[in-house]
Design a protein. Structure first.
Length: 252
């Protein structure tokens, strides 16, 4: 038995949205801990990025989650490269804010990637994990899937749906030794949130909502993902882990 329950050095990990922000930090965090990682993203920069990593432990997979066959192809890539999948970090997402009246195109594009695309990847991964004896699926949602936020209903609906998808899949796949959990970040400084961060008023408003009095950094998602991927969380499933500096728990 491994004396370190947090050890992920023998894990095969798939990370979507891995070319920047949270996804990139988490993928590099797993690589630093010795895991083998499939990094998936739409960006062409992903290929150059992966060349910086050890070729025996990192592979790139360029794909758009809105495409119907991406989940199947991504899982096939991981199994061809490393023989199995132990962990999925389902992170890829888009955000297309817009005040009322809301556009149909914004709604559809957001749900195609953030919920339907994530579902397809999780479904194919879970089926592969059944054959491999189990695993851990980690869905990256948001506090926006729990709290009312302004001018982005499609993003909030998708992230709320992702939380419920996790509970449903946790129930259905528990007998196959597959755990499914959700991480709900608060405001993390990434390219997606940079415009808000660089606006002094919006930055101050969001900072004031937290107990810790600051925004999060992408690398602060590494620890929570390592925990949920490892045997340290072997009795944890169907759970939301909030990584938000205390935003969701703050009263006065």
């Amino acid at each position: 038995m491994n004396s370190n329950p947090f050890d992920v050095s023998q894990k095969v990990v798939v990370v979507t949205g891995a070319s920047r922000g949270i996804g990139r930090s988490v993928a590099e965090g797993f690589l630093d801990q010795g895991a083998r990682v499939i990094l998936s993203a739409r960006s062409e920069s992903l290929l150059e990025q992966v060349r910086e990593y050890r070729s025996d432990r990192a592979r790139a997979f360029r794909a758009d989650l809105a495409e119907t066959d991406t989940g199947q192809r991504l899982c096939g890539c991981a199994i061809d490269a490393f023989g199995r999948i132990d962990v999925l970090v389902n992170n890829a997402a888009v955000t297309l804010p817009g005040a009322p009246p809301y556009a149909d195109s914004t709604w559809q594009t957001t749900l195609d990637v953030n919920l339907t695309g994530a579902f397809r990847v999780a479904r194919e991964t879970a089926n592969a994990m059944v054959d491999g004896g189990g695993g851990s699926i980690i869905q990256i949602a948001s506090i926006a899937g729990t709290l009312g936020m302004p001018d982005n209903p499609s993003y909030q609906a998708a992230k709320a749906g992702l939380r419920q998808l996790s509970r449903a899949m946790a129930r259905d796949f528990a007998s196959s030794n597959i755990r499914v959990n959700t991480i709900c970040p608060g405001y993390i400084l990434t390219d997606m949130t940079r415009a808000s961060f660089e606006d002094p008023q919006r930055r101050a408003e969001r900072t004031a909502q937290t107990m810790l009095g600051r925004w999060g950094q992408p690398e602060e998602l590494i620890g929570p993902c390592l925990f949920l991927a490892s045997d340290a969380s072997s009795y944890v499933t169907a759970t939301d882990l909030f990584v938000d500096g205390g935003w969701s728990g703050k009263g006065m």
